[in-house]
Design a protein. Sequence first.
Length: 401
Amino acid sequence: MSDAFIYDHLRTPRGKGKKDGSLHQAAPVWLLRTLLQALAGRNHLDTALVDDLILGCVTPVGEQGADIARTAVLDAEWAQTVAGVTQSRFCASGLESVNLAGAKVRSGWEDLVVAGGVESMSRWAMGSDGGAWAMDPRVNQKLGFVPQGVGADLVATLEGFSRADVDAFAVRSHQRAAAARAEGRFQGALIPVHDIAGLVMLAEDETIRPATTQATLAALKPSFTAMGQMGFDATALRKYTTVERIDHVHHAGNSSGIVDGAALMLIGNAEGGAKAGLKPRARIRAAAVIGSEPTIMLTGPTPACRKALAKAGMAPGDIDLWEVNEAFAAVPMKTARDLGVDLDRVNVNGGAIAMGHPLGATGCIILGTLLDELERRGLSTGCATLCVGGGMGIATIIERV
């Protein structure tokens, strides 16, 4: 079985996911076109050597529908022999793309694959595609569906995380992201987005707020109290009978931001890389997905990490740096506690609370950020993980070459 190597990765800046966001006028295929052209250009890549583009998109409708991966390949003027497929594993879609690419390469069926994801959340809101999970009353009653924010508040309640605890984590996310941006740590991967006339639309992540403090966050009202009162708290408490009441501590300031963005990663075996004149930066050591309890929904990272670690013959202490997606502050806090990992090694350049969570792209983004930071610090191993809608978890372990 071949090794699967990471040769390069890049991403767009993340733009505020509203109509006044800087990337609202950029169609999702334009974001992908931008990255595909940059990936080919900076690697002097003969695109005919690439077998496939695997793309994550959580809301594959409208402009993001109709297998946008293949559309983007052709729009970017890559070789028409490059295939394209779009898939969704909810919030894990970007990392799922990487793992699928790694599996294809390791199997020997393909030699070079581009993986990543896209989400234009200012143009297509979460839930635009419907789905029985949330929309079919019979299904959501049977499965005990509650919105993720209520699940996050339940996690915080069970773990004993106070409002001050989750707010402190959020402040640190902004501080770390601001420092990383100021020091240029993202520049190697960041590709500015220009409009059709060549004018810059966005060159840096748009939602980092360096001035964020616990005092400013304390002024925000919890976002999910009303949803809980609509009956979702009661649904959750029927499953979690040891909890008397849910303490609603999450709000817009300590939850992931809604943003637009895209990311790509070039993955291949040694032969494919050599033929393309590429130098490997890391190998994919192991990957895992798991299903978890679907009402609380957000506890999947811990078992996914443990499964991936077991596949790699490793323990949590063998991992130098961690990226745990900041869907809500309680998620990385719980994951780190479960695995016995110090938060000083988790999301050291900030995360989705500060920079946003473009659903289909985030997994690829955080894995790329992890690789860059391992290189910057001269470290070896890293693990990226995300909680996933529907009650799942995903994890990927990489090792620098």
